[in-house]
Design a protein around this ligand. Structure first.
Ligand code: AMP
Ligand code: MG
Length: 340
């Protein structure tokens, strides 16, 4: 929508829309004519992907895969094939830290969260025995098969990234040149702000509240995806159990990362990388990100120290004190990388 400021200078006001989709809050802020229609189309697309990948919807392809495990192959849509092939490639690339075949383990922890107590060690060991990214059979012709009964996949660590990439395509096809979107911690920005400046993507303080940032990164045309222990968790007997599972143990990762935000062109890649980097820990996680062309990251460790991968120094601005020191002040940013 184009409106005139008091002084007669044209100013663009964004169309803003909030929805709950894929189990998380989706916030679209879109500049341009027909922005409301484009945002509506984006919501339709996210709902469509959710219907393919939800572990809760009977008709989803993820549910069909686990129901048919050890029995038969199931037909898969091109989107599911694409996301699974990429996930399998990522698994090999990050020494198994990212693993969509953790479905049975993740289901166990989801039930534990509802109950409020952790699963029995025997149940974890049994579910972990069903892990096996290399066993997942995906054909580019559109079929998928899990060879052992009980196996299942979980796309919670990558699906929102794919959806964010699809939303960006919808925007670009519709001629949108300026926007930011937060899809449950998966932020992406299109172009620059209408005033020509870059977007400020806030990096949330893992120890602070929703609006507290340790700094912000200036960005244009890129994705910023965050994985943090503070995003989803339950507590039992004073112990916090968060939602990112270490595939080596089948338990919430105990790495030294409190939060990591990965910047990359592809939101799907940034999504998988952020989950993997969280599990790997600061040192190995930094190595993984630096090995990927075009990827950069901000790590915040358990002590609140900030670490940046090569090339991010010039775009990252700590809110309080120099990089390397703990920082807890609230930050001003258009697009926070935190969930919701
Ligand atoms: P994210 O917030 O993107 O780091 O993804 C976390 C979600 O991904 C969890 O809620 C699970 O659904 C799933 N997940 C947890 N641990 C892993 C893992 N090691 N590899 C792949 N997906 C995971
Ligand atoms: Mg992820």
């Amino acid at each position: 929508m184009l409106r005139l400021r008091a002084g007669g200078r044209p100013a663009m006001f964004p169309f803003v829309r909030r929805d709950t989709l894929m189990g998380t809050e989706v916030h679209q802020c879109v500049h341009g004519i027909h922005a409301h229609r484009v945002a509506e189309k984006a919501v339709g697309e996210i709902k469509r992907l959710e219907s393919l990948w939800s572990p809760f919807l009977e008709g989803s392809e993820v549910v069909a895969l686990s129901h048919s495990a050890g029995l038969r192959a199931v037909p898969l849509s091109p989107e599911t094939v694409c996301v699974l092939l990429f996930a399998i490639e990522m698994n090999a690339l990050c020494a198994g830290a990212f693993d969509v075949s953790l479905g049975p383990v993740i289901r166990l922890w989801r039930e534990a969260g509802r109950r409020g107590s952790p699963p029995a060690p025997g149940a974890i060991a049994a579910a972990l025995g069903l892990k096996g990214s290399a066993e997942v059979e995906v054909s580019s012709a559109g079929g998928g098969y899990l060879p052992r009964k009980g196996q299942g996949i979980d796309l919670g660590g990558i699906g929102k990234g794919f959806a964010a990439d699809r939303v960006r395509e919808i925007y670009l096809d519709a001629g949108i040149r300026s926007a930011f979107v937060n899809l449950g911690g998966n932020v992406f920005v299109v172009g620059r702000k209408p005033d020509g400046r870059r977007w400020n993507v806030g990096i949330r303080d893992p120890r602070g509240g929703r609006d507290e940032c340790v700094g912000y990164a200036q960005a244009e045309d890129c994705s910023a995806v965050t994985s943090g222990a503070y995003e989803r968790f339950f507590e039992c007997a004073g112990i916090r159990y968060h939602h990112i599972i270490d595939p080596a143990t089948g338990r919430p990762s105990e790495s030294d990362v409190a939060g990591v935000t990965v910047f990359a062109q592809s939101s799907m890649a940034a999504d998988a990388l952020s989950t993997a980097a969280f599990v790997l820990g600061v040192e190995k996680g930094m190595e993984l990100i630096e090995s990927r062309e075009g990827a950069r990251a901000v790590f915040i460790d358990a002590q609140g120290r900030i670490r940046l991968t090569r090339g991010l120094e010039k775009d990252f601005h700590p809110v309080f004190g120099p990089v390397g020191e703990a920082a807890t002040s609230p930050g001003a940013a258009e697009a926070s990388s935190s969930r919701g």
